[in-house]
Ligand binder design. Structure first.
Ligand code: GLN
Length: 306
């Protein structure tokens, strides 16, 4: 398996030259576009395999949308959550505003785009903002089996400073009644979630928990319900790669979620948790070498769920 992963890195590295690291904030632009990492958690053997820059930390950005969705579902149940956010693919970019006004429903299209994740963030329960953030961090520590989980303060500060588009999405949703509470506090938490740093190996372990229907594979503890894992995997398939989700389903066929930090989280039901890192992005905001490495991996190991 290690040989295969090393080969996949070698074969797909050249794609990085065709993409660009996110440039909307300085800290992301500074990432090395040639970095490429893949980690696999094998549920069958309970072993981890990895190649490339697997321990390099990067901000999870939109991958945090999977975490906020899960916690919102745990805190409120699916009926309450889906009253506020729909589960349909958009065909639009992840920070698009247009659907919020022109379509007949005021609900954001799905929890994997910014509007939807701002809503799920508002549904996380806690005594105060610090408590809500702690809950998110505790959740991530548990599913990554790693207590060294921190925010990248520099990325957080830039996200907050340059987050006017997210601010406009959020205030618009407050005006339609979908978002309630203090908009700035909700956004602050959203920016913090985006700025949490993980490595490809951390992502692979998180993916393994979802792939294993919520039972933590290294401790055998039931942590998430089967139902929540089923819902989350389904939404990852239909919406996880933004407006490239259809193409990704055809070419790869694995429930996955990307982030503009260059990470991709994958969960192959009952088989593997996957973490990929490659900061050079394509025009839709997905890791360009990351998508291609997953394409080859899925083909070689016959991983498509379809
Ligand atoms: N911080 C980014 C934003 O809110 C996250 C988006 C992403 O990873 N696609 O715009």
């Amino acid at each position: 398996m290690i040989d295969l992963l090393n080969k996949l890195i070698k074969d797909n590295k050249h794609y990085s030259y065709k993409g660009k690291a996110a440039s909307y904030i300085p800290a992301l632009k500074e990432a090395n576009p040639n970095d490429l990492a893949i980690a696999l958690y094998d549920l069958n053997s309970n072993k981890e395999y990895y190649a490339g820059e697997c321990d390099k930390k990067f901000t999870i950005q939109s991958i945090s949308k999977v975490v906020t969705l899960i916690i919102a579902l745990m805190d409120n149940g699916k009926d309450q959550v889906f009253k506020k956010v729909n589960v349909e693919p958009t065909g639009m970019g992840f920070n698009s505003i247009v659907n919020l006004e022109v379509r007949d429903s005021v609900r954001p299209y799905n929890p994997m785009i910014n509007a939807g994740a701002i809503v799920t963030t508002s549904l996380i329960k806690g005594k105060n903002e610090q408590d809500k953030l702690e809950r998110v961090l505790e959740f991530i520590k548990k599913v990554t089996n790693n207590n060294d989980i921190y925010l990248n303060q520099r990325v957080y500060a830039s996200e907050k400073e340059t987050g006017d588009r997210n601010r406009s999405i959020a205030y618009f949703m407050k005006s339609t009644g979908i978002l309630s509470g203090d908009v700035e506090k909700i956004l602050d938490l959203y920016f913090k979630h985006c700025s949490i740093e993980l490595s490809a190996r951390d992502l692979a372990r998180f993916g393994a928990v979802i792939a294993n229907d919520g039972i933590i594979p290294w401790s055998k503890e039931r942590f998430l319900s089967r139902e929540i894992c089923r819902i989350v995997k389904t939404i990852m398939v239909t919406c996880g790669m933004y407006d490239a989700s259809g193409e990704f389903a055809v070419n790869v066929g694995i429930p996955a979620k990307s982030g503009v930090g260059g990470g991709i989280l994958g969960a192959v039901p009952k088989k593997y948790g996957i973490g990929v890192y490659g900061p050079a992005l394509d025009e839709k905001g997905n890791s360009i070498a990351g998508i291609n490495i997953l394409k080859d991996l899925a083909k070689t190991l016959d991983l498509s769920i379809f």
